[in-house]
Design a protein around this ligand. Structure first.
Ligand SMILES: *Cc1c(COP(=O)(O)O)cnc(C)c1O
Length: 396
């Protein structure tokens, strides 16, 4: 091994451009490092209830909310276990790895899964959703599951169109929406869009460590919960409602709430939620401009092919045929300390992902794009140089 091939530890701060977990603002990190408190202490209760109100504001709901110590998967499971019974059918709208994983979880829990299949580069066709609902005249479908922002493909599925499909068919199924990588990055409106259960997690747009997740729950869903028969204990909403904090059967992860109070303050008071969304759109536009520029010379391309569905929180980049995305990512990490997201499921090695959600600004995005371009050059990935200039042109 020559000196130039000797593995070395890159200097400088880890440059983190994953689509979750995301960068945590210093003030949130500091707030999270709070000394231990008794979760039954009224002083903690004040912080807790302020956070619950804040979560309701960002979910845009005035209905119920239940929380879990666990990553987004926990809230996925809580949502299914509290609303469905063995043998019930859920209609899963295919968008990518996360819609598929949620469907697999439903199968494992004893729920029948009907899928509206889709090309992952385009996501589900709403006409096909309408047709599936119209064909279900006996209302065997008890819930429709949709991922608002498909993190594996960089695609946003328009929930109001899914709601409209249910309404047009006069179908009573519950609408379940995964907002894990959209909440606080893209506009999400639980009540206005008629979402019955909204699944969220701490480590993406909320800019917190991983390990807290929650579900917004409509009154209609709470009614359905009363007759649901899937086994549940830690996740049981009825048991939670009997607890003083109306959630959490066990110890409450208090540190998260000190952090959440601060992240809500940053988003709602310091920046303003509308400005948070606008910032995500601005930075996402810059990333897409760079990728579209690189695509010349048989370079990498945007994985999502439907502009109206481009995600403003993550971009999946399709590698040229025969180029391994994971080899490229290793160069970015080992040479330059830049951490990018990998391809998930069948997209492993075929795409890499740039996360552009959470605590992020122009220099961070430009640093990421410049380093991606540098790593492409070093790794011998074909592309048209100058993607960073294309990004700057959208930002200036
Ligand atoms: C990250 C993510 C999940 C999984 O959440 P975990 O916190 O990793 O369990 C589910 N759905 C979407 C859309 C995600 O982005």
């Amino acid at each position: 091994m020559s000196a130039s091939e000797t593995p070395r530890k890159p200097r400088g701060r880890l440059f983190f451009a994953n689509p979750g977990p995301t960068n945590i603002p210093d003030s949130v990190l500091l707030a999270t490092a709070h000394h231990t408190v008794d979760f039954a202490d009224p002083a903690f209760g004040e912080v807790y209830w302020a956070c619950i109100e804040g979560l309701k504001r960002v979910l845009k709901t005035q209905q119920e909310i239940f929380l879990y110590t666990g990553s987004g998967h926990a809230a996925w499971e809580a949502c299914l276990a509290n609303l469905l019974s063995p043998g019930d059918t859920i209609l899963v709208l295919e968008s990518g790895h996360f819609s598929q994983s949620w469907g697999r979880m439903a199968t494992d829990l004893g729920v029948e899964v009907q899928t509206v299949a889709a090309d992952w580069r385009r996501g589900v066709d709403i006409a096909a959703v309408k047709a599936a609902l119209a064909a279900d005249t006996g209302h065997a479908i008890k819930a429709v599951g949709v991922v608002h922002n498909e993190t594996s493909t960089g695609m946003m599925i328009p929930i109001p169109e899914v709601r409209a499909a249910l309404d047009a068919a006069g179908h009573p199924a519950l609408l379940l929406a995964d907002t894990i990588s959209s909440l606080c990055s893209l506009d999400f409106r639980m009540d206005e869009w008629g979402v019955d259960a909204a699944v969220g997690g701490s480590q993406k747009g909320l800019m917190l460590p991983t390990g807290l997740s929650f579900t917004g729950v409509s009154h209609k869903a709470l009614k359905a919960h009363e007759s649901s028969k899937l086994p549940k204990h830690y996740f049981n909403w009825s048991a939670m409602m009997k607890r003083p904090l109306k959630s959490f059967l066990g110890t409450v992860p208090t540190s998260f709430f000190f952090g959440l109070q601060e992240s809500l303050r940053l988003m709602e008071q310091e920046e303003g939620l509308e400005n948070v969304f606008a910032r995500h759109t601005r930075l996402a536009t810059a990333v897409r401009a760079a990728v579209q520029h690189w695509s010349g010379n048989n370079g990498p391309q945007l994985f999502c092919t439907t502009p109206s569905r481009y995600s403003d929180s993550v971009t999946a980049v399709l590698m040229p045929e025969g180029v391994d995305g994971d080899v490229f990512r290793r160069v970015a990490m080992q040479r330059f300390n830049l951490s990018l997201g990998g391809g998930l499921g069948p997209l492993a090695g075929k795409v890499f992902r740039i996360g552009h959600l959470g605590d992020l600004n122009e220099p961070m995005i430009l640093g990421t794009l410049a380093t991606v371009e540098l790593a492409m050059k070093v790794a011998g990935v074909p592309h048209t140089p100058g993607g960073v200039d294309a990004a700057i042109a959208t930002l200036a």
